[in-house]
Design a protein around this ligand. Structure first.
Ligand SMILES: *Cc1c(COP(=O)(O)O)cnc(C)c1O
Length: 403
């Protein structure tokens, strides 16, 4: 078999559909984020508008300082799995910090948020005999893969619809172990789950709740504990999962919950056991970011201010964006080729970098540009973005929305 030919044929189809992914070749410059060096087509310096380093913590002096200091004192890698020589005191301290953040007894670190969802859900689904997982229709790929791998029965309920969840749960008897899996902030539409209603429905049916707060930790709640903290619901959610790679500006993922729950996953999850622990310096930097955002409100307040400012600018120009209560601003294009073209012009002519979001990340026909303003974007950055979009809307005769 000509394998390369087989690969190329599928890639050609992807390209023809406008869904082929091209990575921007960038270089972050400490202290100037969101301004970065560009090694690809376009100006040498561009402004990033689609980063998940939502609060700029990836360049915070204390966070950078912790990573440098621990690298210099402990070296680079962890040197093993958590079980075989890889547990550093920095991992233990970070797990304590995270358990405290979510008001839980314990926490468990993973190589990434993706791995934490995959490993935790596959372990829960496979090790609880007869378990059924009730999954929100728009759950992240990492949760879907974990549920699939568990081979547990999976019931999909309508996105953010507690009534549909209630109906789905009612079909199963009281002796069936039930897991309700959902997210707080959904990353592509930026909508937020009706968490209290979902928790109440789950409690009514004796189900455990599995909550992905990846796009909320650090940004919501008085200590950055996420939407569950803001809503006063942390103690009613069985397991809270998060990432250290987004608002905390580092790398790694985690789950938090009761001591027994964390011990269970620690002891049975292949994706936790058989992999090298994250570098101690990364754990130290992440702990610094988590600790900082437990008390500092400046980053969160300024993020909210800049988000509101960009929304107002878009409204002024009639540029359609999805209304939602979060920090994520999706500007809907609805066509993969147009979406890529607009992103290319923004990059080449304006030095504005926003990645076009196409299928399969979002459904076909809902292609979009996803902007994530943060505390490091200046008012001038926002004005420049709005002007650039306005001129593009004129140039391409794109539809406007009348206020
Ligand atoms: C990004 C993301 C993850 C994975 O987190 P990483 O640390 O980047 O692996 C999990 N869940 C959701 C909803 C995400 O958007």
């Amino acid at each position: 078999m000509d394998f390369d030919k087989a690969f190329t044929e599928q890639l050609d189809r992807l390209k023809a559909d406008g869904n082929y992914r091209v990575f921007a070749d960038l270089e972050r410059v400490l202290g100037t984020f969101p301004r970065v060096k560009n090694h690809g087509p376009g100006p040498d310096e561009v402004t990033v508008w689609c980063s998940n380093d939502y609060l700029g913590m990836g360049q915070h002096p204390d966070v950078v300082g912790a990573m440098v200091e621990v690298t210099e004192t402990c070296g680079t890698g962890a040197g093993g799995t958590r079980n075989i020589s890889g547990t550093a005191h920095h991992h233990v301290a970070l797990e304590r910090e995270l358990a405290d953040l979510h008001g839980k007894e314990d926490a468990l670190l993973f190589s990434s948020g993706y791995v934490s969802n995959w490993a935790a859900l596959s372990t829960l689904g496979s090790r609880l005999p007869g378990a059924v997982i009730f999954s929100d229709a728009l759950n992240h790929a990492s949760m879907i893969e974990g549920m699939r791998h568990s081979r547990a029965e999976r019931v999909i309920w309508k996105h953010n619809d507690p009534e549909d969840l209630d109906r789905a749960l009612s079909l199963y008897g009281p002796d069936v172990p039930k897991i309700v899996a959902f997210e707080s902030v959904y990353s592509m539409d930026g909508d937020i789950a009706p968490m209290r209603e979902i928790v109440e429905v789950a409690e009514k049916h004796g189900a455990m709740t599995y909550l992905d707060e990846v796009h909320a930790v650090g940004m919501y709640g008085p200590r950055g504990g996420g939407v569950a903290e803001r809503e006063g619901l942390m103690d009613r959610i069985t397991l809270i999962e998060g990432t250290l790679g987004k608002a905390y500006g580092c790398f790694g993922g985690y789950v938090t919950g009761s001591r027994a729950l964390c011990d269970f996953i620690r002891s049975f999850a292949s994706g936790f056991i058989f992999t090298t622990a994250i570098p101690p310096a990364v754990a130290a930097a992440a702990a610094t970011a988590v600790r900082h955002l437990k008390t500092s409100q400046i980053e969160r307040m300024r993020q909210q201010r800049q988000v509101a400012r960009l929304r107002e600018g878009l409204d002024r120009m009639g540029i359609p964006h999805l209304p939602n209560p979060s920090h994520i601003i999706p500007v809907m294009i609805g066509d993969p080729v147009k979406c890529r073209m607009i992103a290319d012009v923004l990059m080449l002519d304006h030095g504005i970098y926003v990645q076009p979001i196409n299928y399969p990340t979002v459904p076909k026909g809902t292609e979009r540009l996803r902007f994530t303003p943060g505390p490091c974007h200046s008012d001038a950055d926002i004005d420049q973005l709005v002007m650039a979009l306005n001129s593009l809307w004129k140039q391409c005769a794109l539809a406007r929305q009348v206020a």
